[in-house]
Write a protein that binds this ligand. Structure first.
Ligand SMILES: C[S@@+](CC[C@H](N)C(=O)[O-])C[C@H]1O[C@@H](n2cnc3c(N)ncnc32)[C@H](O)[C@@H]1O
Length: 315
């Protein structure tokens, strides 16, 4: 065996051991929520752990045994986030509606709430990208099928950065690109700022607390808006604002969560064709659609899924 191959195998083994320490913590303290952690290796294949462990260590420090207090706290935040999702999914399944309906109320209660964003939502989202099938498979589709179709240089925007995962992955894969992240939550901006610092991207990325309805003076070559549409009262109007932020010939990756109860979901989208219609009516030409579902055997209208669209603004 050549040295590089041997090193890769040792690294894989180390990473699997680190993941086992995370699984142990979940099983011990949050057994009801441990299943996706235990299932991840088999579900996602061997490359996944090589992505998950560095992403988690980059934000929360080394995964040792025993697990650090910082990592235990972060997994506690994930547990709050997952519980919130499960509770709201049950309410959604019973009523057929999302509980929240007023954007300003959600904004005040959640996006502006430091405790909720830092001790639940943002770390929860970060982990969920590596344990929820609909999140991980969408991220992989973005990395392997969307980013290769995007130019290597230029400026990208991410609107609604949340935990900053999609901006980070874009910067990882496109060394010549620079980005600007927008959000209306200062807590999302602060978390994403930490991501950029932790992974060394501060010089290629900046953040702005901005409501995009008022437009922007520069147009993007590429725009990402990942799981924001379902948080709005009028996502069709938002799609038009996104369209306006891109240069003619530029591209966008826009996703929406469907049939997914969460405390901050307002606009119920039931099927990808509804998003397709909003994007087409805004002027986008769609070239790729990927839909990924949460595990389970419930009917489509009760199963959370995530639909992602690669689309272009015609020249
Ligand atoms: C579910 S998160 C986005 C997920 C993100 N892609 C991630 O990976 O973490 C939704 C984000 O949209 C932001 N948001 C909500 N309304 C917005 C708006 N009108 N403009 C920009 N961001 C908004 C929220 O503050 C929150 O950070």
């Amino acid at each position: 065996m050549v040295l590089s191959q041997w090193k890769a195998e040792v690294n894989l083994l180390n990473n699997l051991q680190k993941w086992a320490a995370i699984c142990d913590e979940m099983q011990e303290n949050y057994p009801v929520l441990a299943t996706p952690f235990l299932a991840a290796e088999k579900r996602f294949g061997p490359r996944w752990v090589e992505e998950a462990v560095p992403a988690i260590e980059g934000m929360y420090g080394d995964i040792g045994s025993p697990l650090s207090g910082r990592l235990k706290d972060a997994l506690g935040c994930y547990a709050e986030f997952a519980n919130d999702s499960m509770r709201h999914q049950v309410m959604f399944e019973r009523s057929g509606k999302y509980r929240a309906s007023n954007y300003e109320e959600v904004r005040a209660a959640l996006y502006d709430n430091a405790d909720h964003m830092t001790q639940n939502y943002l770390p929860g989202l970060w982990f969920s990208h590596y344990v929820w099938p609909q999140h991980y498979f969408t991220l992989i589709g973005f990395t392997n099928c969307v980013l290769p179709r995007i130019e290597d240089e230029g400026v990208f925007f991410e609107v609604g950065v949340g935990c900053g995962m999609y901006s980070k992955i874009t910067l990882d894969n496109k060394p010549g690109i620079r980005g600007i992240g927008f959000d209306i939550s200062q807590h999302s901006l602060d978390y994403t700022g930490r991501v950029m610092k932790s992974f060394g991207y501060e010089s290629r990325y900046r953040l702005e607390n901005r409501d995009i309805r008022y437009g922007y003076d520069v147009k993007a070559d590429f725009l990402i808006c990942q799981e924001v549409l379902e948080h709005l009262e009028n996502p069709a109007e938002f799609c038009r604002w996104l369209f306006d932020m891109i240069r003619p010939g530029g591209q966008a990756f826009i996703t929406a969560a469907l049939n997914a109860g969460h405390s901050d979901h307002i606009f119920l989208i039931r099927h990808p064709v509804e998003v397709e219609k909003m994007l087409s009516e805004a002027g986008f030409q769609i070239s790729r659609i990927q839909e990924e579902s949460a595990p389970g055997s419930k009917p489509r209208n009760l199963t959370p899924s995530l639909a992602g669209f690669l689309c272009a603004k015609p020249l």
